[in-house]
Design a protein. Structure first.
Length: 262
């Protein structure tokens, strides 16, 4: 059937108007992002268990016009990474109850809630306001008298945030650094190695994690750490391909397991 010329003209005009409207909204959104200081946001609370709820649909938002698929993927990777960091912190408190007492927290839940409360910005007086790998290093210093689990959780989560530029929302104007994501994955590996090997002067582990004994082995820490490494490595590859950047691979021996800069 032949479509009348008038109908074709109306359809073409409708499509043109839609394109113009979308372009106008995108231009306004880009202008807003470029013209004002970006607010750094952190999640109100990362999920506290290993359960991952099914994906939830949401209504279209104007900001979606200036968000690429990679931006959305980055937000998901960071959200899942923070959830894993929180779960690891909870599990460490269960295996090391004395640490919660050293930190003066009423319960493990209270300690974790404080560590992941975005109002603190991952900076706490008892850690000397250290964050990132500096806080992680505190957790493994034999002379440190504070809550090692708290230092580990704060350090791990804030190190991940640094790798994502301390942002939780990403748009076309944002550029992630694949090298920082790659380095973050290596830092998680280093933290896992220290967790399994760091000991005090008497030879006892500073923090208990995985357990292989007479009963069923507990390797749940390794599983969650493996997720964290995979999240950062996979996103680093995606971002590197998107930006045509090369990732410098780092090989470290056991004797030189030092955290990488971000």
């Amino acid at each position: 059937m032949t479509v009348p010329a008038a109908a074709r003209g109306r359809a073409a005009g409708s499509r043109a108007r839609r394109r113009l409207a979308l372009a106008a909204v995108a231009s306004l959104a880009l202008g807003a992002l470029a013209g004002c200081a970006r607010e750094v946001r952190t999640p109100p609370a990362a999920p506290g268990t290993g359960y991952r709820p099914p994906p939830q649909g949401r209504d279209f938002q104007a900001a979606d016009l200036v968000k690429s698929d990679v931006d959305s993927v980055a937000e998901i990777h960071l959200r899942e990474s923070l959830a894993s960091a929180r779960l690891l912190t909870e599990k460490l408190y269960r295996r090391n109850p004395r640490e919660r007492q050293r930190g003066g927290h009423a319960s493990p839940e209270a300690a974790v809630a404080r560590a992941f409360d975005p109002r603190h910005g991952w900076r706490f007086r008892e850690l000397g306001y250290a964050r990132g790998t500096e806080a992680l290093q505190l957790a493994f210093r034999p002379e440190f008298a504070g809550d090692r689990v708290f230092a580990f959780g704060v350090g791990l989560a804030s190190m991940l945030m640094q790798a994502y530029g301390d942002q939780t929302e990403f748009y076309l104007l944002d550029t992630l650094d694949p090298q920082k994501l790659y380095n973050a994955a290596r830092n998680v590996e280093i933290a896992a190695w220290k967790l399994a090997t760091a000991r005090d002067a008497a030879g006892a582990l500073l923090l208990l994690s995985n357990e292989i004994g007479a009963g069923p082995p507990n390797l749940s820490f390794e599983r969650e750490i493996g997720k964290l490494i995979a999240y950062q490595d996979s996103l680093a590859i995606v971002v590197a391909e998107r930006t045509n950047r090369t990732i410098r691979r780092v090989v470290q021996g056991v004797a030189t397991m030092a955290f990488l800069p971000l």
